[in-house]
Design a protein around this ligand. Structure first.
Ligand code: R5P
Length: 291
């Protein structure tokens, strides 16, 4: 088994190689002046079982076509098999037909990747875990909340409360609260599918102290801003926010800081200045287990 560092995730492929001791193939890569991707395997790969590390975070469509080109080319050059590790899986939030006429985008993406030749896909904290049952290839959803909790424990962070966002975030934030020995609170959130407007409800029976808000994704920051305001209204003295996937679209960071957050903590599924803990260990363990 060899790792292939896709252009989107070379940094992560290197960390996984360090942890697993697996050999890493670094693709030659450039972007043509018109925006198209050029890729080349710099060595023979005939008969090799390849694990391609290629996130499909923004620019999603470019990263997806690169993932497609890598698998098709690898198999055409005689690779034995190709597995994809896409720590952030693009389009996972469009997991159903919310309004008539819409695509179920995540299923289309999974079909596309499978048609490229991927026989298996690993991802981290997928927004819609139930999609695994409908995936045309085995989809393994790894979890990074323990890595987040371990990072915070190492820093000896203490919080009075850990707050989850929305129904799907409850298990994840609950686990972080348990690990940190903090109380746990659930904020209810809902999004208007036409306007995109997010509403948040949060009730607490007593005052909040130092609070950590945990969500799976921060994209525009709109949801997080609402939760920050809600916890501050309930008296929170200090607020940190954490997520697995920090997309940080547009001025998300500025909005979150202006709303009163002290620190933004994200994993490195999507590289940014806020990538403070790594999912490399979780991925490395899963790859070695599934070998
Ligand atoms: C929603 O279900 C997710 O858990 C996140 O709360 C949401 O995707 C965040 O998006 P935004 O940052 O744009 O509000």
């Amino acid at each position: 088994m060899k790792l292939v560092a896709g252009p989107a995730s070379t940094y992560l492929a290197e960390k996984i190689a360090d942890k697993t001791g697996l050999e890493i193939i670094k693709l030659e890569h450039k972007i043509f002046p018109d925006g198209e991707s050029y890729l080349r395997f710099p060595e023979e790969i005939e008969g090799e079982d390849l694990v391609v590390i290629q996130g499909t975070h923004p620019p999603q469509d470019r990263h997806l076509i690169q993932a497609y080109l890598i698998a098709e080319t690898a198999l055409d050059l005689g690779a034995g098999s190709v597995t994809l590790v896409s720590p952030y899986l693009a389009y996972a939030r469009q997991d159903k037909r919310f309004r008539p006429g819409e695509p179920i985008s995540i299923l289309s993406v999974l079909k596309l990747l499978n048609s490229a030749g991927y026989g298996k896909i690993y991802t981290v904290n997928i927004h819609s875990p139930w999609i695994a049952e409908k995936s045309p290839m085995p989809l393994i959803d790894l979890h990074a909340e323990k890595a987040l909790a371990d990072y915070l424990k190492e820093l000896k962070r203490e919080y009075s409360h850990v707050v989850s966002v929305g129904k799907k975030g409850e298990k994840m934030a609950g686990m972080v609260a348990d690990e940190l020995g903090a109380d746990y609170l659930a904020a209810k959130s809902s999004r208007d599918r036409v306007t995109g407007k997010v509403s948040v409800e949060l009730e607490a029976s007593r005052g909040l102290g130092k609070v950590l808000i945990v969500d799976d994704i921060i994209s525009t920051g709109g949801t997080m801003v609402k939760v920050i305001k809600a916890v501050r209204k309930l008296g929170a003295e200090e607020v940190d926010v954490a997520c697995i996937h920090g997309l940080m679209a547009g001025n998300a960071v500025e909005k979150i800081i202006s709303a009163g957050a002290r620190e933004i903590i994200s994993s490195d599924t999507i590289p940014s200045d806020y990538s403070k803990y790594s999912v490399a260990g979780v991925i490395a363990e899963a790859l070695m287990r599934g070998k």
